[in-house]
Design a protein around this ligand. Structure first.
Ligand SMILES: CC(C)(COP(=O)(O)OP(=O)(O)OC[C@H]1O[C@@H](n2cnc3c(N)ncnc32)[C@H](O)[C@@H]1OP(=O)(O)O)[C@@H](O)C(=O)NCCC(=O)NCCS
Length: 185
C-alpha cells in the first residue's frame, strides 16, 4: 500500500517522487549535511534510486520513506525514514535529516518526526518506536526528548564515523506514553 501524505502545522510528509531525487541525492553526497554525527557512504545514482523505489517491499530499508515539505511554499527541506532495526526483536527505529540547513532550529524536525511517530502508531501494530543517536548529537536527542522519547541506555562504541568509535544513545517511546503525551495540535 502506498504511503499517505501527512499534514502538520508547518510541514507535510509525502512519499519521495522522482522529481525529488536530484535534490535528495545531493544531500546524500554531502557528509556535512547528512552525517555530521553519522557514518557516511556514497552510492551511485542508480543504486540510490533502486533503494528508494524498492523500500516499500523491505521493512529494513534505510531509504527515505517521506520527504519533508514546507507547507508555506512546497519546498522539500528534508527526509524521514523508519526501519526494522533488529532481526528478532520488534524494534522499529526512525531517522530524520533536514537537508536544507537554512531551516534548521525552527522546530520543523521535531514536527516532522512527531508526524511520523503518529503515523507509525496509527498504522502499525507497534508497542514502541525507537531511535538511536550519537551521544554528542544534541539537536537529535533534544528533538526526541521534546517529543517524549526516553533515553533507555547507551551503546558503547556502537558507531564508527569521523575516524573513531562513538557511543550511541538508545531512545524509545511506548504506545501508552505517546497516547498520553500532552499535545499542542
Ligand atoms: C537533527 C535535526 C533533524 C534537528 O532538526 P531541527 O528542525 O533543526 O530541530 P528542531 O528545531 O525541531 O529542534 C529540536 C531540538 O534541538 C535543539 N537544537 C536544534 N539545533 C541545535 C543545535 N545545532 N545544537 C543544539 N541543539 C539544537 C532545539 O533547541 C530543540 O530542543 P529544545 O526544544 O529542547 O530547545 C537537524 O539538526 C539535522 O538534520 N541534523 C543532521 C542530521 C542528523 O543528525 N539527524 C539525526 C541522526 S540520529
Amino acid at each position: 500500500m502506498p504511503l499517505p501524505t501527512l499534514e502538520g502545522a508547518q510541514v507535510r510528509l509525502r512519499p519521495p517522487a522522482p522529481a525529488d531525487y536530484d535534490r535528495i541525492f545531493a544531500w546524500y553526497n554531502d557528509p556535512e549535511v547528512i552525517a555530521p554525527f553519522d557514518r557516511f557512504s556514497v552510492d551511485t545514482f542508480d543504486a540510490f534510486r533502486r533503494e528508494i523505489e524498492s523500500a516499500s517491499d523491505d521493512p529494513a530499508s534505510l531509504a527515505p520513506r517521506f520527504v519533508i515539505e514546507l507547507r508555506e511554499d512546497g519546498r522539500v527541506v528534508g527526509l524521514v525514514g523508519y526501519y526494522l532495526s533488529h532481526p528478532v526483536l520488534t524494534l522499529t527505529d526512525v531517522w530524520y535529516v533536514l537537508g536544507d540547513t537554512s531551516v534548521r532550529g525552527r522546530g520543523l524536525g521535531r514536527e516532522a518526526v512527531g508526524l511520523l511517530v503518529d503515523f507509525l502508531f496509527h498504522d502499525e501494530p507497534l508497542e514502541r518506536v525507537g531511535a538511536t543517536t550519537d551521544v554528542d548529537n544534541t539537536a537529535s536527542f533534544r528533538l526526541l526528548e521534546g517529543l517524549g522519547f526516553h533515553r533507555e541506555g547507551t551503546i558503547r562504541a556502537g558507531l564508527f564515523h569521523h575516524g573513531r568509535w562513538h557511543d550511541v544513545a538508545v531512545y524509545g517511546v511506548t504506545r501508552p506514553e505517546w497516547t498520553a503525551r500532552p499535545r499542542s495540535d
